[in-house]
Design a protein around this ligand. Sequence first.
Ligand SMILES: Cc1ncc(COP(=O)(O)O)c(C=O)c1O
Length: 325
Amino acid sequence: MQDGSFPDRVSLGVFPTPLCALPAISARYGRNIWMKRDDLCGVALGGNKVRKLQYLLAQAKSQGCDTVFTTGGAQSNHAMLTAACASRLGMQCILLLKQRGVTELRGNLVLDALYGAQVRLIDTDRYEDIYDEMDRLSKELAARGHRAYSIPVGGSTPLGAIGYVDAVEELAEQCAAQHVPVGHIVSATGSGGTTAGLLLGAKRYLPGVKVTGMGVDDSPFAEIVPTLAKGAAEILGWQFERTADDFEMIYHVGQGYAVPNAEDTPFLEELARTEGILLDPVYTGKAWAGMLKRVQSGGFSDRGDIVFVHTGGAAALFAMDLPRA
Ligand SMILES: Cc1ncc(COP(=O)(O)O)c(C=O)c1O
């Protein structure tokens, strides 16, 4: 149970999400590998952003906001889930998306429209330009009597990261109930908030467990993640002290962010065909393939079982092809 130091949270998803054994994969790779199924969290196609949005949209509501802005790439999972969650709360959602990647009406852009979001594609490579536009539109809306809440890319603020502190609390209870001797928690890192929450949560609820972020772009996550975790700890009134071996970043980017890797495709197919689970080629597929390659070369073997956090993203499968080597 959460103690009183947690900020307000609105209930949007179905939690706890299952912690599932992966018997076929574990047998193939000779290691016990589990999956925390946040892709099954009950909103749209699931995904990690729902836990963050439970805190961010609670704050938006408490500030009397009726409109939510956020941003990301054209196929942003975060933007799509923000649209889904905002509409459930009766809020207007405006997505200012970078006009980059797959911009046709496929994948998440189909779902954004289904959830009633206003989508504007902006021809820029810089989020600063998009935040300037958000400020301008917020003022315009304010002049018409509305109040807007702006969520930065990925919902990766210290407040949003607390969603993944919740996830580790859940996971600790499940590991105890299911007798899982967890040693490693692994997940995709795209803007840092999920990994930050996992790191802070592991310190509190699963001490000694190592958190590994699998970077899907080249941002300096080794600094971003602990900074976000520290910010989240400050909100909660907790101490945050790093130890030498509590967190690691491994990068598995390939040719670039949101460019699928041909060498990862067999790993996605293997999981689909053995366990029936879908991964996406931008986030979870890269993280999963990168993790299994490490396992094959003896990585993650210094402590207990591995828990891979499935952070969603399946809509990308309907926006892009899986390349082959
Ligand atoms: C499916 C999926 N997995 C993982 C991530 C990475 O999470 P974070 O942005 O918190 O690092 C994202 C981010 O957009 C995502 O969409």
